[in-house]
Unconditional design. Structure first.
Length: 325
């Protein structure tokens, strides 16, 4: 940590964190007790790890990356291991991160051999003059800078292969063309937003994208302003849902702009966009958001959203369904 960071933090400075593991048709009726317990345990592990780093004074961008890496390494979530399959049976991963103090940001899109896409996004933010790198170029840059490379099959899981088979069967049956195949398995993204001891807010997002995606499709997760945004003067946001809508309505940045220019509270701004703008547009999903005071909002308009948070008071919440139970 820099001397500057040390100088500008107090031992008692508040910290807070919120994470998500995707939104969608997540119903208690279709969840086994064992699987629900596994989701809750991983969410709790990740959020507590991120919070402990923040309490130690670790900068927000590092806490975001280390938190998201836990979710990327879990087969339960659509990011890293457990990423959905493309139409061709491969995995194409996206991630982004943004720092609310510097407004610096980094993203990678369509990468196939980088073990931790969120690490690659941080690398782009901190070490390159660019914001977004894609495909082979992003992989080359990550490799040249020492990030771990893996075979694409490392991300394989039976659960996601079954989802691909179901999506392809629907496509064949419907004969309605590309894009009509999405069912309940289309969602899934992981993300984290934090307030660190230096008073900065940071947001990060990582995803495997959309089941059976084709033609190099990229969603909102690596797009700054759509799936990820952070500004110390307003808020930090990580989104999950039907990415095309989040891009069209620049969801993450819109929430922050409503705080900044309309004077709305974090919860008001997030609710207006997620349960107002998006619902009217028929866009499903949700967000996690945090402001510079450590207030947290986690609205979603789908059946459920895997989520967890630890407030500035240290209160831990872990929830999946609408009723938060």
């Amino acid at each position: 940590m820099s001397a500057f960071a040390h100088e500008h933090q107090s031992e008692n400075a508040p910290v807070a964190i919120a994470i998500h593991g995707g939104a969608g048709t997540i119903l208690k009726s279709s969840m086994t007790p064992e699987k629900e317990a596994a989701y809750r345990a991983t969410l709790e592990q990740a959020v507590k790890h991120g919070y402990s780093l923040l309490k130690q004074g670790v900068p927000g961008e590092q806490a975001v990356v280390e938190t998201i890496k836990i979710l990327e390494q879990s087969p339960l979530f659509n990011a890293g291991v457990g990423a959905v399959y493309t139409f061709d049976g491969k995995h194409e991963l996206d991630a982004s991160i943004m720092h609310g103090g510097t407004k610096n940001a980094g993203a990678v899109a369509g990468v196939t051999t980088i073990k931790s896409p969120i690490e690659a996004a941080l690398l782009v933010m901190e070490s390159s003059p660019h914001v977004m790198l894609s495909g082979k170029g992003a992989e080359q840059y990550a490799a040249e800078n020492g990030l771990e490379q893996v075979d694409n099959t490392m991300f394989d899981t039976e659960f996601r292969k079954h989802a691909l088979d179901k999506a392809k069967a629907r496509m064949a049956q419907a004969s309605a063309g590309y894009g009509s195949q999405q069912g309940s398995e289309r969602f899934g993204t992981v993300g984290a937003v934090v307030l660190d001891k230096q008073g900065n807010i940071v947001a990060g997002t990582s995803t495997g994208g959309m089941t059976a995606k084709r033609y190099g499709r990229i969603g909102d997760s690596p797009i700054i302003g759509a799936g990820t945004y952070a500004d110390n003067e307003s808020c930090a946001v990580s989104a999950t849902g039907h990415g095309e809508f989040f891009i069209r309505y620049h969801v993450a940045a819109d929430i922050c702009a409503r705080m900044k220019y309309q004077g709305l509270s974090l919860s008001e701004a997030a609710d207006k966009v997620v349960n107002g703008i998006l619902v009217e547009a028929k866009g499903d999903g949700g967000v996690i958001a945090i402001d510079s005071a450590g207030n947290i909002a986690m609205p979603f308009n789908s059946k459920g959203m895997y989520r967890a948070s630890i407030s500035t008071d240290g209160d831990v919440t872990v929830a999946i369904y609408k009723d938060a139970l």
